[in-house]
Design a protein around this ligand. Structure first.
Ligand code: PMP
Length: 363
């Protein structure tokens, strides 16, 4: 099967094999060695010298951790949303009692840093800015450096970033751009199965943590910090996935992050060109289109669900549809992590065969 959803993604065989190894004691020396080595390597990928923790949970777990460890009920925050996952970040903050100003931008576009600047000028009480780096639901990458430049550089706010579908695939300079907390999840560019989430935590985030009163137990970063001093996680970890993580991080860093980023840029370009060559339209403006997931408009008159169904049944190609209000309007091709040009060509060839059956004449 050519699994081209934007996570989970297909995994290299050697990474899959690591997960059949026997269990080890997560309070023993072998695990401590693994966790310490992985933590140091994760920091390299996140380009940070801040603290970093591995949580057993999906990406949303780390988003919740980012919120509850830094904020108190009643805190005023700005949430920048360009799609479903941006909205989720706001929802988490609201559920835990933050007063959220939602700055939402049209689907398919990016955050306008000027709008953020205006909103921050208008409300001096804002404590934090929440933003998605790469919005998987619309296939758009925000200019995080510019956004964080306003939030941190100009207004010195706490900056919480959802880097779930960007870190390890797209450049994200956690410290240099002034991001206090960045989260990611294993099933994306990391070449891992779902089940682990990663969270960076700056000195500034720790200062916020000292005052933060939102309820937290499993996600209390203070527990993660004190256990990591012993080379342990606070709770029983997903040991098998951690074996895989150990090898995946080695592979990423052996290749070099510069090369990993270039590879994603290349596969993104190839996908977009192939889509345009078929006569299809990209959902976002090409200049802001993501190099980890390509969102494509379902052509007028074509049934999006049927399109994905035929691709799966006749070509063993699995794409993602649109979420929420984009359901039936777009389809999405994931190309993060371990993805070859041949696999993208296979998707394009399958589209070329299936679309005419649904009434769309490809070029
Ligand atoms: N944010 C973004 C940008 C995502 O792509 C996803 C997963 N598609 C999430 C948040 C939620 O992550 P999870 O499903 O791992 O909880």
């Amino acid at each position: 099967m050519n699994l081209r959803t934007p996570g989970p993604i297909p995994l290299p065989d050697d990474i899959l094999e690591t997960m059949s190894g026997p269990m080890i004691n997560h309070r023993g020396p072998e695990f401590a060695e693994l966790l310490n080595r992985a933590t140091a390597r994760l920091k390299q990928v996140f380009d940070t010298e801040s603290d970093l923790y591995v949580i057993t949970g999906s990406g949303t777990a780390a988003m919740e951790a980012a919120v509850v460890n830094t904020l108190s009920p009643g805190d005023r925050v700005i949430n920048l949303s360009i799609g479903a996952f941006g909205d989720r970040f706001a929802q988490i903050a609201e559920i835990f009692g933050a007063e959220v100003t939602r700055l939402s931008f049209p689907l398919g576009t990016t955050v306008d840093p000027d709008a953020l600047r205006k909103a921050l000028r208008n409300d001096s009480e804002i404590k934090a800015v929440l933003v998605t780096h790469n919005e998987t639901s619309t296939g758009v990458t925000n200019d995080l450096e510019a956004v964080a430049g306003v939030a941190k550089g100009e207004f010195d706010k706490l900056v919480l970033v959802d880097g779930i579908s960007s870190v390890a695939s797209l450049p994200l300079r956690t410290d240099a751009w002034g991001c206090d907390v960045v989260v990611s999840a294993s099933q994306k560019g990391w070449m891992l199965p779902p089940g682990l989430a990663f969270i960076t935590f700056s000195e500034r985030a720790w200062q916020a943590h000292a005052e933060a009163r939102m309820p937290r137990f499993y996600f209390d970063m203070a527990q993660y910090r004190s256990y990591l001093e012993k080379g342990q996680p606070p709770y029983t970890p997903a040991i098998s996935i951690m074996f895989a993580m150990d090898l995946a991080l080695k592979k990423l860093l052996d290749e070099g992050m510069g090369s990993v980023f270039e590879r994603h840029a290349g596969i993104g370009r190839m996908t977009r060109q192939g889509i345009k060559d078929l006569g299809l339209s990209l959902f976002p403006e090409e200049s802001v289109a993501s190099d980890t997931v390509t969102a494509v408009r379902v052509p007028d008159g074509v049934d999006g669900a049927k399109l994905n169904g035929l691709l799966r049944e006749e070509h063993d190609v699995v794409l993602a549809g649109g979420q929420a209000e984009l359901a039936g309007k777009i389809f999405r091709i994931g190309h993060m992590g371990y993805c070859t040009p041949e696999e993208i060509q296979d998707v394009l060839d399958a589209l070329a065969q299936v679309l005419p059956k649904l009434g769309f004449a490809t070029k």
